[in-house]
Write a protein that binds this ligand. Structure first.
Ligand SMILES: C[S@@+](CC[C@H](N)C(=O)[O-])C[C@H]1O[C@@H](n2cnc3c(N)ncnc32)[C@H](O)[C@@H]1O
Length: 344
């Protein structure tokens, strides 16, 4: 079975149908039994990403970035990289293979902030061979064999930018809400460094669990976990629900043609539609596989829990994913805007 990362996204017509359901109401599948994805999934997670061994710190058995130490609270080890690449596959399936929604016209200079394993930047470089793509991240975890038009650099995007002004056709950020402390400042900086007429696009999961059929129980351990993560991040000055503010923030910064699309990301294989069930499988694996890494620093350093208390709580949280009567989803918010053609 090929790696999920290598699986091709749905074809155009089906992709439209999937996107439509994900933006409206997702039909629940007829059976609450295992659709077969789970067993396939167990043996299929693999990644070709190789990691550098430079500049890391270790805590509670996990590896973290060393450059600008403490800036990003989640691990950067192999298992976290596999999880990030799986999230990429999840998003591609949800979005019909689209890497962006901004209406780009022959982009030449592209910046991917917080590029992670670089998987989006590499795919973008493949899709636009005439573009130069720069991916920056706190961690040097990107592969060295990449398309010739893709480069990576270790940098802290919340430090002053060293890039030329009026330089980029496209600035892309994805899955950074759990890290950024001053998003409006970063948006203003992006405005300075974009060419007039260039685009910014921010793609973020919104970590508030919902259902359309009231199927989330009152005392749902995963919902409680999300609340604790949000509170823990708050103590570090991070607002995990900030993606709800992106549209206003882009407008406030002076971006034009600001557009937002909101897709439902099912958690679990409950959707009837097979592509959305696959997205749901990835979504659930993303949550379950991320529990330990996303909790440790936020709960221990932010909320004062011991590592043992975290592990005990996580047993209940993992259990909460087994209830197949729960038809829950997170949302994925895509928001893009254009720097005025006449500049600012
Ligand atoms: C959740 S991962 C997302 C990776 C990638 N954008 C993707 O969608 O596949 C967040 C990444 O942002 C990086 N990051 C967080 N804060 C950053 C900052 N201030 N400057 C640069 N990178 C940052 C982290 O090191 C991590 O690799």
């Amino acid at each position: 079975m090929p790696s999920p990362v290598a699986q091709s996204p749905p074809k155009a017509e089906e992709a439209e149908a999937v996107a439509h359901q994900a933006e409206t109401t997702i039909e629940v599948g007829g059976s609450e039994s295992d659709t077969g994805y789970e067993s396939e999934w167990a043996s299929s997670v693999s990644t070709s990403v190789s990691s550098s061994v430079r500049d890391y710190t270790f805590e509670n058995g996990r590896r973290y970035h060393k450059y600008s130490e403490g800036r990003y609270l989640f691990p950067n080890d192999e298992s976290e990289q596999e999880r990030e690449d799986m999230k990429h596959a999840m998003v591609l399936n949800l979005c019909g293979g689209r890497l962006h929604y901004a209406p780009l016209d022959n982009p030449q200079s592209v910046l991917d902030i917080g590029t992670g394993t670089g998987i989006w930047a590499i795919d973008f470089g493949d899709e636009y061979p005439s573009a130069s793509v720069l991916g920056v991240d706190l961690s040097p975890i990107q592969p060295s064999w990449v398309p010739p038009n893709v480069k990576f650099m270790v940098d802290d995007a919340e430090s002053p930018w060293i890039y030329p002004i009026n330089n980029f056709d496209f600035i892309h950020l994805r899955h950074l809400a759990s890290s950024l402390k001053d998003t409006p400042a970063l948006i203003n900086q992006a405005m300075v460094n974009l060419k007039p007429g260039g685009w910014i696009e921010m793609q973020e999961l919104y970590f508030d669990l919902s259902s359309d059929d009231d199927s989330i129980p009152e005392a749902h351990a995963f919902s409680k976990w999300l609340t604790f993560v949000r509170q823990g991040l708050e103590t570090f000055g991070v607002d995990l629900l900030s993606p709800a503010k992106t549209q206003d923030r882009l407008k406030d910064a002076g971006f034009e043609n600001v557009t937002e699309r909101i897709f439902k990301v099912p958690i679990g294989t409950w959707p009837k539609n097979q592509t959305l069930a696959k997205v749901g499988l990835y979504g659930q694996a993303m949550c379950v596989d991320g529990l330990q890494g996303n909790s440790m620093k936020t709960f221990t350093k932010g909320l004062g829990w011991t590592a043992d208390e975290v592990e005990v709580f996580l047993v209940d949280v993992r259990d909460s994913f087994k209830d197949r009567k729960v038809h829950s989803y997170l949302t994925f918010r895509v928001c893009y805007g254009q720097k005025p053609v006449g500049g600012v």
